[in-house]
Design a protein around this ligand. Structure first.
Ligand SMILES: NC(=O)c1ccc[n+]([C@@H]2O[C@H](COP(=O)([O-])OP(=O)(O)OC[C@H]3O[C@@H](n4cnc5c(N)ncnc54)[C@H](O)[C@@H]3O)[C@@H](O)[C@H]2O)c1
Length: 464
């Protein structure tokens, strides 16, 4: 085996384990073969962040050997959009058998992740999956079992940890700036562009995305687990669908053909969005995937209001909420500790000078090119002292600059020691998803749900 591939395969196991041990650095040279990558799920995330960006950013490090999707039209578009010459497959197993990749990237719809993770590991490949790891506890256990049997590794692409703002919070907590954290308030507000987008397509069906308790909140729960450096133990939650779905007096089939265009605040003209036309509308005939579904469709069966209490194994307690129809997009967090308090917030328009509209902010966030720098405060207030405000710089693109840092760590300098332990493996993927699964079960049963009831993973006071 050539040295760059060997180094990657060794370091990928450290990433998956979240290990801190330093490894020898990569030695890429023309004589070395590149890392063989195959991707399944050629939708927006697969073609952009895990497709085009990888091809353009790391041409000396990796090569795509195969692309796979159930939609042959989208697959053909993806090949040209990403800019690769590799073969394409509607059959995942055929792709892996034929192309023998080192690494499989999974960017399909959430409810199918487990199929490709498990088959990929069984077929002798390392696997990198998008979040959420999966959507329910049974699939989660199947993944845990497959990973235990396999000698290969599983990385979960948690990008939010890599945003400089979020990393700064981790640094303050790690250095004990407020002593031991005892409680947290964490509130996330999705605006009427980003929040509504989840109700226009497959995310609106719980059997596809596990509800936003899993699909979206997995990001937030992973941040909490990482910041608190502990596993969740018990969850109690409320949730409801009160704004989208059945909660409107009119609805259409999809925006394009809707008779209520003129009066609907959520009307979105997909025909003006070239990328969405190329990616989805032109290939509807193959799978019936409608990207501009009505946000008031009667079939929507997820929640748009979420409120949970999470108790951690180290005794910290968290009050969490997720709103999906806020006039602005942003979040607030406060950590109470034995020696003080940390307050942080992003994009609250009443406190920051944000000139872009909510629609422009959403577009910038989804963009993978380099964004402008913006500065947001983190306040540390030690007991009996004046508070201190620190302005932390971050990019207004690619999930606060987290996206590109995650890529660099995985592909460019996987051997670099990371004092903040940002690499995420199967346990991190599972623990974040299990909070969402427990919250969903709690909403439905009206009772608290223990994390240890869901899989054979036992919560630990200190994360492994
Ligand atoms: N980390 C992040 O910030 C972030 C951002 C966006 C999306 N994501 C994740 O990326 C994944 C993809 O999201 P997206 O927005 O690109 O969705 P998408 O709908 O644009 O793409 C999903 C693709 O999967 C394909 N697919 C569905 N079932 C399949 C199957 N059985 N076999 C092969 N292909 C199949 C679909 O045809 C489609 O092309 C999701 O899991 C999502 O949670 C993560």
């Amino acid at each position: 085996m050539n040295s760059s591939r060997r180094d990657f395969l060794r370091s990928v196991s450290l990433l998956a384990a979240g290990s801190l041990a330093p490894m020898p650095s990569w030695g890429f040279g023309l004589e070395n073969k590149k890392l063989k990558v195959a991707l399944v799920g050629t939708g927006v995330r697969g073609t952009s962040f895990w497709g085009k960006r990888l091809v353009e950013t790391y041409p000396d490090i990796l090569e795509f050997v195969g692309l796979s999707d159930i939609n042959p039209g989208r697959l053909a578009y993806a090949k040209s959009y990403i800019g690769v010459k590799c073969p394409v497959f509607t059959d995942f197993r055929a792709m892996v058998t034929k192309t023998k990749p080192d690494l499989i990237i999974v960017t399909t719809t959430d409810a199918t992740h487990h199929e490709f993770i498990i088959q990929g590991l069984e077929m002798g490949c390392d696997v990198l999956t998008e979040k959420p790891l999966t959507i329910d506890e049974d699939k989660c256990q199947q993944i845990i079992d497959a990973e235990r049997k396999s000698s290969k590794n599983l990385i979960v692409g948690f990008n939010y940890r890599w945003s400089p703002y979020n990393t700064k919070i981790k640094e303050l907590l790690m250095e004990g700036a407020i002593g031991k954290v005892t409680s947290v308030d964490f509130h996330w507000y999705l605006n009427t562009y980003h929040g509504a987008s989840y109700f226009r397509r497959w995310h609106g069906l719980r059997e596809m995305g596990g509800t936003l308790w899993v699909h979206k909140a997995t990001h937030h729960f992973d941040l909490l687990n990482w910041w608190l450096d502990s596993d969740p133990q018990e969850v109690f939650a409320y949730g409801a669908l009160e704004h989208y779905g059945i909660n409107n007096e009119f609805r259409g089939d999809k925006c394009r053909t809707c008779p209520h265009k003129d009066k609907c605040n959520y009307y979105w003209d997909i025909t003006k969005d070239e990328r969405s036309m190329d990616l989805y509308v032109k290939h509807e005939e193959h799978d019936g995937y409608i990207r501009d579904n009505c946000v008031f469709a009667k079939e929507i069966n997820i929640y748009d209001k979420h409120s949970a209490q999470i108790k951690y194994a180290n005794n910290a307690v968290v009050n969490y909420s997720l709103t999906t129809y806020s006039p602005f997009e942003g979040w607030r967090i406060a950590f109470n500790g034995t020696e003080g308090r940390i307050e942080a917030q992003l994009d609250i328009p009443y406190h920051s000078k944000i000139e872009a509209s909510q629609e422009e902010l959403h577009a910038a966030e989804m963009d993978q090119s380099s964004g402008e720098m913006s500065y947001e405060p983190i306040i540390t207030h030690k007991l009996w002292n004046e508070h201190k405000v620190e302005q932390v710089g971050m990019e207004r693109a690619g999930h606060g600059g987290g996206d590109k840092r995650l890529h660099d760590q995985i592909f460019k300098h996987p051997n670099q020691q990371d004092p903040f332990e940002r690499a995420a493996g199967i346990r991190d993927g599972a623990m974040s998803v299990l909070i969402g699964v427990a919250a969903r079960k709690s909403v439905e049963s009206g009772k608290p749900v223990r994390i240890s009831e869901l899989t054979d993973l036992e919560p630990r006071a200190e994360r492994l």
